[in-house]
Design a protein around this ligand. Structure first.
Ligand SMILES: [Zn+2]
Ligand SMILES: [Zn+2]
Length: 392
């Protein structure tokens, strides 16, 4: 029985605080990526840079010989948020912040890479995937377009996210939906601007847009089955800039989220129908840009069960939730798990943690060693006897 040389807490915190202090947003993670590559090389891993620009894949082959290949994925990007924490490692880049904990995700995967590189006591291959641009820009999709799965063929892929509200030492994994699909839309309504005292001489875009703001959410509440979660929010309304003019144009923006891809297509179609009908009713033209963005993150049941087993051994069976309601937030890991089976888990960031994307959020350092242990235990469990969970 060999003892595993876990990284020191002080080292993990030093890496994480350095990333936190120097946050970089989508596809601009140059400093972060260079530091990740430098550390991985210093531990003897084979490092491939440049996927999706700043993305990295590090390769580690087990000393027990041939076996399956699996991918472990962390995200590296920060957000356009101004940090409000008063801590020594607070962001030094104004307007940018690690408000989603990707600094912690990167650190935990680094810790696992170091631990496993020192003792690659498994059969097969582990690919450590450090991806850019999880927020909004779909860095996972771009890595796939850059040949992630062709250059590094793998039979399974796994990821994790810290989860505020869950205590540190608790985790969650569902055998199915974890995060919703995420679409966005932009609408421009054009009519005929006129004097506000003579509305009969124009076509009122603003009034029509107000109808849409109240009507569109009803596409969910009145048309979708109540047991199938879906949400539509109008999030931006821009029109007019004075007292006595009916504006020529109105611009609306919003988002649609759900888990079922047929339902997603139906909602999009109905949104198009309602916008077209409203435009006709008010004598306007409508230009809609509907972007099908991230897919839903759906865990393969056998892989979710394997992850839950590892978590139960690490944290205790009573600390592992297998049936939490999925989040209506989204996650671009979905692009990877759509191509390759696997599972995505949540690990507790603490009950008192500020929520994700909040300016007072900070990744909880107490979670760092647990995340490292999870990754190492998962590799050991999956690649011990060379048999991955079978696809259902
Ligand atoms: Zn986020
Ligand atoms: Zn995130």
């Amino acid at each position: 029985m060999t003892t595993i040389a876990w990284p020191e807490q002080a080292d993990l915190e030093a890496w994480r605080h350095d990333f936190h202090r120097h946050p970089e947003t989508a596809f601009e993670e140059h400093r972060t990526s260079a530091r990740v590559a430098e550390l991985l090389r210093s531990w003897g891993l084979e490092v491939h840079e440049g996927l999706a620009g700043t993305g990295i894949v590090a390769v580690l082959r087990g000393q027990r010989g041939e076996g399956p290949a699996i991918g472990l994925r962390a995200d590296m990007d920060a957000l356009h948020v101004t940090e409000m924490n008063d801590v020594a490692h607070a962001s030094a880049n104004p307007g940018r912040m690690h408000a989603c904990g990707h600094d912690g995700h990167t650190t935990m995967l680094l810790g696992a890479a170091r631990t496993l590189a020192a003792q690659p006591d498994f059969s097969g291959t582990v690919y450590f995937i450090f991806q850019p641009a999880e927020e909004n820009e779909g860095g996972a999709r771009v890595m796939i377009e850059d040949g992630l799965f062709e250059r590094f063929p793998m039979q399974a892929v796994y990821s994790m996210h810290n989860w505020p509200g869950l205590p540190v030492g608790a985790a969650a994994v569902n055998a199915g939906p974890m995060m919703a699909a995420f679409d966005i839309f932009s609408l421009t309504l054009s009519g005929q601007g006129c004097h506000a005292a003579m509305p009969h001489l124009g076509k009122d875009t603003l009034l029509a847009a107000c109808h849409l703001v109240t009507q569109l959410p009803a596409l969910i509440s009145r048309e979708q089955p109540v047991h199938k979660p879906a949400v539509l929010s109008v999030t931006s309304f821009n029109a007019g800039d004075t007292f006595n003019v009916v504006p020529e144009q109105v611009k609306l923006r919003g988002t649609v989220r759900c888990f079922d891809m047929e339902q997603r297509a139906r909602i999009e179609q109905r949104l198009r129908d309602v916008i077209a009908a409203t435009a006709t009713l008010h004598g306007l033209t409508a230009e809609l840009d509907y972007i099908v963005n991230y897919p839903a993150t759906i865990n393969a049941p056998a892989h979710a069960e394997a992850c839950a087993g590892v978590l139960a051994e690490l944290l205790g069976e009573d600390k592992v939730h297998r049936n939490l309601p999925p989040s209506m937030g989204s996650e671009d890991f979905a692009f990877m798990s759509q191509r390759c089976p696997g599972a995505y888990i949540w690990m507790g960031n603490g009950e008192n943690s500020a929520s994700l994307h909040n300016p007072k959020y900070d990744f909880n350092d107490a979670l760092l060693p647990l995340g490292v242990r999870y990754w190492v235990s998962l590799v050991t469990a999956l690649l011990r006897d060379g048999k991955l969970p079978s696809a259902e």
